[in-house]
Design a binder for this molecule. Structure first.
Ligand code: SF4
Ligand code: SF4
Length: 367
C-alpha cells in the first residue's frame, strides 16, 4: 500500500534526504551511505501492520498530512503497509485476511505500529472484527519483530487512562510487561499526536541498523526524548532572567516572554519539539500557547491544572534552590550575569547540558 507518493526523488535529493535523516537520527554524516543502502534495499521492505485501538486517529492524521520531512515519502515507499484500519481501501474479510496473512503468516517478520490504548478492564469497550483489543494486542505484539507505539495513547494510555480509568486503558509498555511479552523490541513515541519526524527516523534507524535506537526507561528514543523542552526553548533566556507572561493574551505574550507562570510544562517534559517543530515545521505548542507535557506518562493526572505553574521548578542562579513562580524574578535581574554562570556550572556538574539527571537509559545489549 502506498500512501503519500507525490513525485519521485532525484538521486541527489534522495542522498540529501538521507543526510537529513542521519542528522535527525543522531548518527552522523558518515552513516549516510549505510542509510541509503538500507532504504534502497527493496528486498528488505518489512511488512507493517498498523493497529488502531482506543484513540482519536490524530496520529494517523499527523503522519499522513505531513509534507515534512519530504523523506517521509521515501520511508513509506521502503515499507509495505499491509494493514491499517484507517487507511486501507479493503474492508471486511479481505482486510482481515491481510491481517492474518501478516501476523499469523509471517511471525517474527513484521513491524507492528500501534495507535491507541488497550481496554483491559472492559475488553468489549474496544473491538475490531468481533475481537477485543486485548486479544488482538496479545497476538500481534507477541509475533512482531519491532513494535512502535505512536502517540501517548499507545505509549501510556493518555486521557483514556485518566483517573478512575474506567476501561483500564493501558499503553504498550505496561501491557507487554503485564502479559510477559518481550519489551526489548518496543519503541514508544509518546507525543500527542506523534511527530512525523519521530516515526520516520525510528523506522529508518531500524531499517539501517536492524535494532532499536538507544532509549530511556520509558522506551523513548534518546535522540528525540533525551532533553527537556525547557533546555532547548527559545524563551529560556526570559525564564533565566525572570521575565514571565502573567496573563494569557496580554502584551507580554506578544513579547514572547516565558510561559512558566501561565502553566508551561516544558520544565517537566522530555521531547525535542523545540527543534523538530510541528505542522511541516510551521510552529509548535510554545509558539502559540504552552506545553502541557504530552510526551510524559500520566501527564493528564500529574501535570494538571494546565494554566497554573507547577511548583518545585529549580530556579537558575540560586544554587539549586527550588522556588514557586511568584518568587522567581525577585532579585534575579540584578544578578543576571552571576545567575546564568551559576546555572551553567550547576547544569554542567549534573550532566544536564547533555542529559537530564532523572532519566534512566536502557543499556544496549551486546550484538
Ligand atoms: S496520542 Fe493524541 S493524537 Fe494520537 S491518537 Fe492519542 S489522542 Fe489522538
Ligand atoms: S517554562 Fe516553558 S516557555 Fe518558559 S523557558 Fe521553559 S519551556 Fe520555555
Amino acid at each position: 500500500m502506498r500512501l503519500l507518493t507525490e513525485r519521485p526523488l532525484s538521486r541527489r535529493d534522495f542522498l540529501k534526504a538521507c543526510g537529513t535523516l542521519a542528522a535527525l537520527m543522531g548518527v552522523g554524516q558518515s552513516a549516510v551511505p549505510r542509510i541509503a543502502r538500507a532504504l534502497e534495499d527493496a528486498a528488505a521492505r518489512p511488512p507493517v501492520v498498523w493497529l488502531d485501538f482506543q484513540e482519536c486517529l490524530g496520529c494517523t492524521e499527523s503522519m499522513t498530512k505531513s509534507r515534512y520531512p519530504d523523506f517521509l515519502n521515501v520511508v513509506l515507499d521502503m515499507i509495505s503497509l499491509e494493514y491499517s484500519e484507517a487507511l486501507m481501501a479493503g474492508a471486511g474479510r479481505q482486510a482481515e485476511k491481510n491481517y492474518a496473512d501478516t501476523v499469523v503468516g509471517q511471525p517474527g517478520k513484521y513491524v507492528l505500529v500501534v495507535e491507541g490504548s488497550v481496554a483491559t478492564k472492559i475488553p468489549n469497550a474496544m473491538t475490531v472484527g468481533g475481537r477485543t483489543s486485548v486479544d488482538i494486542a496479545k497476538e500481534a505484539l507477541t509475533a512482531a519483530v519491532l513494535v512502535v507505539a505512536v502517540g501517548n495513547c499507545a505509549s501510556f494510555g493518555n486521557v483514556q487512562a485518566a483517573y478512575p480509568n474506567p476501561t483500564g486503558a493501558m499503553g504498550m509498555l505496561a501491557f507487554m510487561e503485564q502479559e510477559g511479552i518481550d519489551t526489548g523490541k518496543l519503541i514508544q513515541l509518546p507525543t500527542c499526536p506523534v511527530n512525523p519526524v519521530h516515526i520516520t527516523t525510528t523506522i529508518s534507524y531500524f531499517l539501517t541498523y536492524g535494532k532499536v535506537p538507544p532509549m530511556d526507561q520509558w522506551h523513548r528514543p534518546l535522540v528525540h526524548f533525551g532533553r527537556k523542552i525547557h533546555d532547548e526553548c527559545p524563551r529560556r533566556a526570559h525564564f533565566d532572567e525572570g521575565r514571565f507572561v502573567e496573563v494569557l493574551g496580554s502584551a507580554e505574550e506578544d513579547e514572547r516572554l516565558c510561559l512558566y507562570k501561565v502553566g508551561c510544562r516544558g520544565p517537566h517534559t522530555y521531547a525535542d519539539c523545540a527543534t523538530v517543530l510541528w505542522n511541516n515545521r510551521a510552529n509548535w505548542c510554545i509558539g502559540s500557547g504552552q506545553c502541557i507535557g504530552c510526551a510524559e506518562k500520566d501527564f493528564w493526572d500529574e501535570l494538571v491544572d494546565f494554566y497554573r505553574p507547577m511548583p518545585g521548578v529549580a530556579v537558575p542562579g540560586f544554587g539549586g534552590i527550588r522556588a514557586d513562580a511568584d518568587t522567581i524574578g525577585i532579585g534575579l535581574a540584578a544578578a543576571t550575569g552571576v545567575a546564568i554562570a551559576a546555572h551553567l556550572a550547576v547544569s554542567a556538574a549534573k550532566g544536564r547540558l547533555g542529559r537530564n539527571e532523572d532519566q534512566v537509559v536502557i543499556e544496549e545489549k551486546e550484538e
